[in-house]
Design a protein around this ligand. Structure first.
Ligand SMILES: NC(=O)c1ccc[n+]([C@@H]2O[C@H](COP(=O)([O-])OP(=O)(O)OC[C@H]3O[C@@H](n4cnc5c(N)ncnc54)[C@H](OP(=O)(O)O)[C@@H]3O)[C@@H](O)[C@H]2O)c1
Length: 226
C-alpha cells in the first residue's frame, strides 16, 4: 500500500552548506522572515520531527508561535531515552502532544527514567527494529500514519536528514539558504554513500523565492531517476 504520510524536510543552511558552526551553534543562521516561514511549516503540518542531537544542542520548543495557530505533534528520535528530562520539549509535554520513539529493549526496562518521561506526559513509542541510533524510519512512519498523521515536517538535524534521504522518504525539500559563510562547520547532509555523480540523489525545483535576505528553494522528489 502506498505511504500516505507526506514527508517535508526544511532547515536553514549557510551559503557553504552548513547548518551550524563547528561548536554546533545554529541560532540564527537565517533571518526573521525565514524563521516565520518555519513557523508556517509547523502550523501547516501534522507533526514536526527532530533527533536527540538537536534537542540536546538547541533545547528547542518546536511549537508554532504564529498568533492563533495550533502547534504540531512533536516527534523525537531518541533510541536510548537520553533526552534531558529538564528539556523544554519534555517540560511542556502536558501542553503539546510529544512522542518519543525509542528502541523497544530500552523501553522494556521500565526504569525510573521511563516512568519520569511518562509522568511528564510524554508518549513513548517502541521501535522494534533498527540498531541503536538508527531507529527504523519506516516503522516510525507507519506508527505515525496509524495515529492519523498525514504530513511530517522534518526539521533536523543532519543525522536525521541524512537518514530520511537514505531511506528515500523525502517528498519535499524546502531549503533556506542564508547569505553567510561559516567555513568549517556542521554539514547539512552527511555521507550518503554516493561515489559516482550518476548515483547522486536528485530533486526537481518547484520554486525559488526570496525571504528577506535569504532564499527559499522548494524542491520535490524527482519522479524518475536519470
Ligand atoms: N540550521 C538548522 O535549521 C538546524 C536545524 C536543526 C538542527 N540543527 C543543528 O544540528 C545539530 C544537531 O544535529 P545532529 O545531526 O547532531 O542530531 P539530530 O539529527 O538532531 O539527532 C541525531 C540523533 O537522533 C537519534 N536517532 C535515532 N534514530 C535515528 C535515525 N534513524 N537516523 C538518525 N538519527 C537517529 C540518534 O540518537 P540516539 O543514538 O540517542 O538515538 C542520533 O544521534 C545541532 O548543532 C543543531 O543546532 C540546525
Amino acid at each position: 500500500m502506498p505511504r500516505r504520510v507526506k514527508v517535508l524536510v526544511s532547515y536553514a543552511q549557510s551559503l557553504d552548506g552548513h547548518v551550524a558552526t563547528a561548536t554546533g551553534a545554529s541560532r540564527w543562521i537565517s533571518g526573521p522572515e525565514s524563521l516565520e516561514y518555519a513557523h508556517c511549516l509547523r502550523r501547516d503540518n501534522d507533526a514536526i520531527l527532530v533527533g536527540r542531537g538537536t534537542v540536546v544542542r538547541d533545547d528547542p520548543l518546536l511549537t508554532c508561535r504564529l498568533p492563533g495557530a495550533r502547534s504540531p505533534r512533536r516527534v523525537l528520535l531518541d533510541s536510548g531515552l537520553r533526552i534531558p528530562l529538564d528539556s523544554q520539549v519534555v517540560q511542556t509535554a502536558a501542553e503539546v502532544i510529544t512522542v518519543v520513539f525509542a528502541s523497544a529493549p530500552r523501553l522494556e526496562q521500565r526504569d525510573d527514567t521511563v516512568r519520569r518521561f511518562e509522568e511528564a506526559g510524554v508518549i513513548l513509542r517502541a521501535v522494534p527494529s533498527g540498531a541503536p541510533g538508527q531507529l527504523s524510519l519506516s516503522a516510525i512512519i507507519e506508527t505515525l500514519e496509524a495515529e492519523g498523521v498525514t504530513s511530517l515536517f522534518v526539521e533536523g538535524g543532519p543525522r536525521v536528514i541524512t537518514a530520511f534521504l537514505k531511506a528515500g522518504l523525502v517528498d519535499e525539500w524546502h531549503l533556506v539558504v542564508a547569505p553567510i559563510v561559516i567555513g568549517a562547520g556542521v554539514p547539512a547532509v552527511g555521507d550518503l554513500g554516493v561515489r559516482d555523480l550518476a548515483a547522486a540523489y536528485r530533486f526537481e525545483t518547484h520554486s525559488v523565492t526570496q525571504l528577506g535576505e535569504d532564499l527559499l528553494w522548494k524542491l520535490v522528489r524527482r519522479r524518475k531517476q536519470r
